[in-house]
Design a protein around this ligand. Sequence first.
Ligand code: NAI
Length: 263
Amino acid sequence: MSSPSHNPAFTIFDLTGRTALVTGASSGIGRHFALTLAAAGAEVVVTARRVDRLHALVAEIHASGGKAHAMALDVTQRTAIQTCLDAAIQTCGSLDIIVNNAGISDTKNVLKYNDDDWDAILDTNLKGAWMMTQEAAQRMLTFDRGGSIINVSSILARRVTGGVGPYSAAKAGLSHLTRSMALELARYAIRVNAIAPGYIVTELNEEFLGSAAGDQLKSRIPSRSFGEAASLDGALLLLASDAGRYMTGAEIVVDGGHLCSSL
Ligand code: NAI
């Protein structure tokens, strides 16, 4: 399979022999990340609430010569996380990389959100990553070979915009949790880092980002462009592989310069 790891210049990014689990892999960035990790040599466990949506992804990875398994997982349920991790370890024999990608958002005025909205957004984006990291780290300890946890945060962890109060709070919590967990897990060689994407075109937002309002938004990004899922591959592979072995508690911003702008 065509892979950066086949080029000697990229051997430090090689993930052969590693097992990676990606949450929310049925669409968008998570789906793309699963393909990238598999192309770099990892055996990938792709997870989502609706496992039927993952079969095409697994088939695509197999067709390219990679290894993948589909498993059901709702990240808001601790018992589901435990069951999924145990099944992943049973199937693959190890657990090295976790990508906490699952996330949901909503857009409405801060006065219109109710407690159920808040709970759903915080439970998925923040508590889900908390529970997954805790459960995964406990299992990584038993293998005594460290690990890499990668949290998908957002530039909205650092700046605000209208309509996404609970989401921004959840991502700010996730970014700070990344540093707290990095501090305490470093002694076990378990690294915890985050990627903070700017606006990345996926199926869910491509209609808005392609609209006149999207054009206005683009004009406020210094690069005058949106990212695509592949724009995050460099950060993903750096954090997942030995190339990032001295990195923990870091957050890599990939946003076309958006955070540099006050607009
Ligand atoms: P997406 O909606 O395509 O992906 C989110 C995935 O999470 C979906 O597959 C969804 O089914 C899954 N998910 C939601 N709740 C879940 C749950 N309880 N258990 C398991 N899976 C669940 O959207 P996208 O854009 O690919 O987002 C992926 C991550 O990237 C999210 O955490 C999002 O907040 C983050 N992000 C996305 C940006 C963008 O512009 N697309 C920008 C910054 C961050």
